[in-house]
Design a protein around this ligand. Structure first.
Ligand code: KG4
Ligand code: ZN
Length: 337
């Protein structure tokens, strides 16, 4: 079989992402970010997100097909994120994909957003394959997944409260750094000392699970006390110390999973994997242990349509049944269930 042509649509949160793949080859990749629309509210507003997806989706699909040089009739399938995510945002992308697939007479594949993140390295590394340990860290999720086979996922660890991205976002807001938090803390940390403040590393006794809500409390308590004592360090030092506390546990627990399973490959996906400190710490640790590391480029770590289409490439190739025309979005979809 020749490599299938697949249109992928992602609208689970605040990016409208559309791409055309030919097998795992990216033919086009377009994105409309809503960061500016949400920035004045200090976070993603679900209704604003859905409305912005409605406006962006048609021109973006058009643009993705045109720049790939693909006519809609040539597509082998249409894929869209079915969950998890914001219900209104998901509905826009999934309903658009469904109507397009139906009118074209092509199969529709509804994709788990987190499985999309898990597939993203496959678009850039031919050697990325199971078994692998994959760190997924985004605004809504933090998970360590043992990929036994494509489609066969064991969740080894997860967060018991906030996701890693959520911790970045909340703490950035608290520091007055704005939104989205991850990139601004990443930038602010560049000139800061990661050892300036020793914030706690939570759940040391649970090898694969995360907890980030305690960090928030300890940062707030620390800053309030430092202000009273007149010992407030530069903001860059606080940012770098927060980042280090989050990165430390993500790296430690990922490699705990490597040790436990004996797996020799580590992948990563989700917006937090765009973090420069996290990327370099994972690289150091992988090199030290002689483990292969597959962390995609920054634009492939954050939400996009190509990762969604990538999952559908396998679905279609394996003869998996497409979605029923009556299927709907599932905002609380869980990987592997
Ligand atoms: O995967 P993603 O683009 O969207 C969701 O599925 O949630 O992840 C977004 C999250 C946000 O919390 C954002 O602050 C975080 O990823 N993020 C980062 C960085 N870039 C994005 N976190 C840390 N450092 C970054 N450079
Ligand atoms: Zn995501």
């Amino acid at each position: 079989m020749t490599a299938p042509l697949i249109l992928g649509i992602e609208t689970s949160c605040d990016e409208t992402g559309v791409a055309v793949l030919e097998g795992f080859n990216v033919r086009s990749f377009v994105l409309a970010s809503q960061t500016e629309e949400h920035a004045r509210f200090g976070g993603v507003v679900p209704e604003v997100a859905a409305r912005a997806h409605v406006e962006a989706i048609r021109p973006l699909v058009h643009q993705a097909l045109a720049s790939a040089g693909v006519h809609p009739d040539q597509l082998d399938a249409v894929a869209a994120t079915r969950g998890p995510g914001l219900i209104g945002a998901l509905m826009v992308g999934y309903a658009f994909a469904k109507s397009l697939a139906w009118t074209l007479g092509k199969p529709l594949y509804g994709i788990d957003h987190m499985e999309g993140h898990l597939y993203a390295p496959r678009l850039e590394f031919e050697e990325y394959r199971p078994p692998a340990i994959v760190l997924l860290a985004s605004g809504g999720h933090s998970q360590i997944i043992h990929v036994r086979e494509w489609g066969d996922y064991e969740t080894l660890g997860t967060t018991i409260d906030d996701a890693a991205g959520e911790a970045f976002d909340k703490l950035a807001r608290f520091l007055g750094l704005g939104y989205p938090g991850g990139p601004v803390i990443d930038a602010e940390s560049e000139h800061g000392d990661p050892k300036a403040v020793a914030f706690p590393r939570a759940l040391r006794d649970r090898p694969f699970d995360f907890s980030f809500s305690g960090l928030k409390t300890s940062v707030i308590t620390y800053l309030e006390k430092a202000k009273v004592d007149g010992t407030l360090p530069p903001r860059a030092d606080v940012a770098a110390s927060i980042q280090e506390a989050i990165v430390d546990v993500l790296v430690e627990k990922t490699f705990n999973a490597v040790e436990e399973t004996g797996v020799n490959a580590v992948g990563g996906g989700g917006g937090v994997l765009a973090n420069r400190r996290l990327r370099s710490r994972l690289r150091e640790e992988a090199d030290r242990r002689g483990v292969d590391l597959f962390i995609p480029s920054i634009e492939m770590c954050t939400d996009n349509g190509a990762m969604v289409a990538a999952v559908a490439v396998d679905r279609l190739s394996n003869g998996a049944p497409p979605d029923d025309w009556g299927a709907d979005v599932d905002p609380s979809m869980r990987l592997g269930s």
